[in-house]
Write a protein that binds this ligand. Structure first.
Ligand SMILES: [Zn+2]
Length: 438
């Protein structure tokens, strides 16, 4: 079956395209991109004025909670949340219960994702067995079963030696090692960014140095081994400085930042709601200088990826005193509006740079298809409505969990439609004109 997206603005930085083009889809592939393509029997979708056609967005850091914590999210509800947020693919962290440290869990995830048949789901395997930080997991087996990367996310790779071995083994399979960079001894039982706000509120601190130290350790080891180290959810300026230094040396290091770390500061813990557990995440909301550094890194190219760290938790789990509530917020359905509103409409980055951060670079880092609309590539496409105003309504999220600090925010920019393998899997009912893609 052929479909023709006619008359939209196409932004495909991998092909250096930004302009009015038609996109012809044949089955699950992009057949042609060009001007005034003849329909040749294709079903024609007239792209509404102002919409932008981009390569499918990829969120390389999500928690889908299945197996083990299906009351928070399942692979099916997570995949539905992904496509509702404009993501055609997600990579899911292994800190499920049991941990994804072997082929059987990886295969279960892939089977559930195939049944859901919405976003592509790329499992990330554990670095160590049970993510216990002792014995390496069977990385060859994880790779063979379909994992795109390894990580002990939720906690750091426990020791420098384990990280060294992980980088060595993973590089044999051309996989990155994604590390949750946080020194456990400095982290202790902290719950909020160590600084003025946490002191004022009487919350135990998580120092920025806990992140920077592990990023520095891992960059040193990437240099030693030549293995690809990817920094998960970077949040502090010291870590960014270390990444820049590593890149300057030509070390294989990449990094991601989550929207809440370039939109919110720890001031959010004071206002508008004091001790809002929907502002409790790990890494925590940092101070203004860190937020500014993250934006600078997004602008100047030293940050590679925007990833959401989508971390669903049930309402009753979050409805506890701040110290006891679990870390994390949902992110899949708020990312596109935040990026468009806060980065693109403010003129900080171009739409092409946003596509690099949300599609081109994640595809390259996890070595998966996508990130381009070039002829012959997979027909994973996101249609954006950058001028559409949206109000985030937590209760209306497709995710099973509603833990977001952005409830009630009005932002400019939305995902209008999500196309995976040539098939429309989502059209946004809140965007007029999105129905043409159904
Ligand atoms: Zn993490």
């Amino acid at each position: 079956m052929k479909r023709l997206l006619k008359g939209g603005r196409v932004v495909d930085p991998a092909s250096k395209l930004d302009g009015a083009y038609d996109v012809l889809i044949d089955g699950d592939r992009i057949a042609r991109v060009g001007r005034d393509l003849p329909p040749e029997g294709a079903a024609v979708m007239e792209v509404p004025r102002g919409f932008v056609v981009v390569p499918g967005l990829i969120d390389m850091h999500v928690h889908l909670r299945e197996p083990g914590q299906e009351h928070k999210e399942t692979i099916a509800t997570g995949a539905r949340s992904a496509v509702a947020g404009g993501f055609t693919a997600v990579a899911c962290m292994p800190n499920t219960s049991p941990v994804n440290d072997g082929a059987s869990i990886t295969e279960l995830i892939l089977k559930k994702a195939a049944e859901a048949n919405l976003a592509r789901v790329y499992p990330i395997g554990a670095v160590s067995r049970g993510s216990q930080g002792e014995l390496l997991a069977d990385i060859a087996e994880l790779h063979k079963a379909g994992c795109c990367a390894i990580s002990d996310d939720g906690r750091p790779v426990a020791t420098a030696l384990l990280m060294r071995r992980a980088l060595e083994y993973a590089s044999m399979f051309d996989m990155p090692v994604i590390d949750h960079c946080e020194d456990p001894s400095l982290k202790s039982d902290g719950v909020a960014h160590e600084g003025f706000v946490a002191s004022t509120l009487g919350l135990r601190g998580l120092p920025a140095a806990a992140e920077t130290i592990i990023v520095q350790r891992d960059i040193t080891l990437a240099g030693l081994t030549g293995g690809h180290f990817h920094v998960a959810h970077m949040s502090v300026r010291g870590a960014l400085a270390a990444v820049r230094e590593g890149k300057r040396h030509g070390f294989p290091v990449t990094c991601e930042v989550a929207p809440h770390h370039f939109v919110l500061t720890d001031r959010q813990l004071e206002h508008p709601v004091q001790y809002d557990t929907n502002c409790k995440m790990n890494p925590p909301l940092r101070e203004q200088a860190d937020v500014e550094a993250m934006i600078e890194g997004l602008v100047d190219g030293s940050i590679d990826v925007i990833a959401t760290d989508h971390a669903p938790h049930a309402a009753d789990e979050k409805r506890q005193e701040f110290d006891r509530a679990p870390f994390g917020i949902v992110g899949l359905e708020t990312c596109v509006p935040l990026v468009l509103d806060r980065l693109v409409h403010t003129g900080k980055i171009s739409l092409a740079r946003a596509v690099e951060l949300l599609s081109v670079n994640p595809a390259r880092i996890i070595r998966r298809a996508g990130g381009t609309l070039a002829e012959g590539s997979v027909a994973d496409i996101t249609v954006l409505a950058p001028d559409q105003s949206v109000t985030i309504v937590a209760s209306a999220l497709a995710s099973k969990s509603k833990n977001t600090p952005f409830d009630g925010w009005t932002l400019k920019g939305a995902a209008a439609a999500t196309i995976v393998g040539g098939r429309t899997v989502y059209t946004n009912p809140g965007v007029s004109g999105a129905g043409v893609f159904a």
